[in-house]
Design a protein around this ligand. Structure first.
Ligand code: AMP
Length: 213
C-alpha cells in the first residue's frame, strides 16, 4: 500500500508516518529528512538546499523528484508513506509516473487538517530526538527526564533551523500557494481522504487506520 500524508508544516505528518512504519512495516519517505541529510553533506547541492530551506521556500522539483526516484528502487516492505512529498503539481505528476513505471499505484492521499494558529504553537515549541526521531514539544509533550528521550534514552535533542516564526510564515505561504492545489487534484482523482489533525495523536492514528483498512 502506498499513501501520501498531505498537510501544512506541523500538521503531524512525520509523527503519523513514524507510527505507520512501526505498526505496518511501511517505509517513510520524507523529502524534508532527505534534504536535511543532503545539507550536511558539504556538497554544492547541500549549500543551495540549506539556504532555500532556511528561508522556508521550496527546493526545486528537479532535486526532490530525483531524491524520491532513488528511493523507489528496491525494498518496498509494506509500501511507502510519502511524507512532505509531493508539494507541487509537477511533483504529483512525477510521482504518478514513477509509481506507474514500477507497476505500483497510490492507494490513498490523507489530508491532515489543522488551523494556522495551532500550527504556529506546535512548530515553535517543537524539538526531536536526534537519535531516534521521536518528536517532543516544550508545552504539550516534554520528555519524562529533561533532555533524555523517553523512547531510546538518547540525549541528543535537536531543534530545526527552520522552526522559527519567520520561516514558518514563509513555509505556510508556500503551502497555500503551491501545495494546497494538490487537495483539489487528488479529490478529482477520487483519492483524497481527510482526517482531523488537531485530534489527539492516538485518535488521528485510529482515523488513518480506518482509512487504510
Ligand atoms: P519538511 O521537513 O517536510 O517540513 O521540509 C522542510 C523543508 O524542506 C521545506 O520547508 C522545504 O524547504 C524543503 N522540502 C521538503 N520537501 C520538499 C518538497 N517535496 N518540495 C520542495 N521542497 C521540499
Amino acid at each position: 500500500m502506498n499513501i501520501i500524508l498531505l498537510g501544512p508544516p506541523g500538521a503531524g505528518k512525520g509523527t503519523q508516518a513514524r507510527h505507520l512504519v512501526e505498526a505496518r512495516d511501511m517505509i517513510q519517505l520524507s523529502t524534508g529528512d532527505m534534504l536535511r541529510e543532503a545539507r550536511t553533506s558539504g556538497t554544492e547541492m547541500g549549500r543551495v538546499v540549506a539556504d532555500v530551506m532556511d528561508r522556508g521556500e521550496l527546493v526545486t522539483d528537479e532535486i526532490v523528484i530525483g531524491l524520491i526516484r532513488e528511493k523507489l528502487v528496491g525494498n518496498r516492505a509494506g509500501g511507502f508513506i510519502f511524507d512532505g512529498f509531493p508539494r507541487t503539481l509537477p511533483q504529483a505528476d512525477a510521482l504518478a509516473e514513477l509509481l506507474a513505471a514500477t507497476g505500483e499505484k497510490l492507494d490513498a492521499v490523507i489530508e491532515m487538517q489543522v488551523d494556522d494558529a495551532a500550527l504556529v504553537a506546535r512548530i515553535t515549541g517543537r524539538f526531536t530526538c536526534g537519535d531516534c526521531g521521536e518528536v517532543y514539544h516544550d508545552v504539550t509533550h516534554r520528555p519524562a527526564v529533561e533532555g533524555v528521550c523517553d523512547k531510546c534514552g538518547g540525549t541528543n535533542m535537536k531543534r530545526r533551523a527552520d522552526d522559527n516564526e519567520d520561516s514558518l510564515r514563509q513555509r505556510l505561504m508556500e503551502y497555500y500557494k503551491k501545495t494546497s492545489p494538490l487537495i483539489g487534484y487528488y479529490y478529482a482523482k477520487g483519492q483524497l481522504r481527510t482526517v482531523d489533525g488537531l485530534a489527539e495523536i492516538e485518535d488521528v492514528q485510529k482515523a488513518i487506520a480506518a482509512i487504510l483498512d
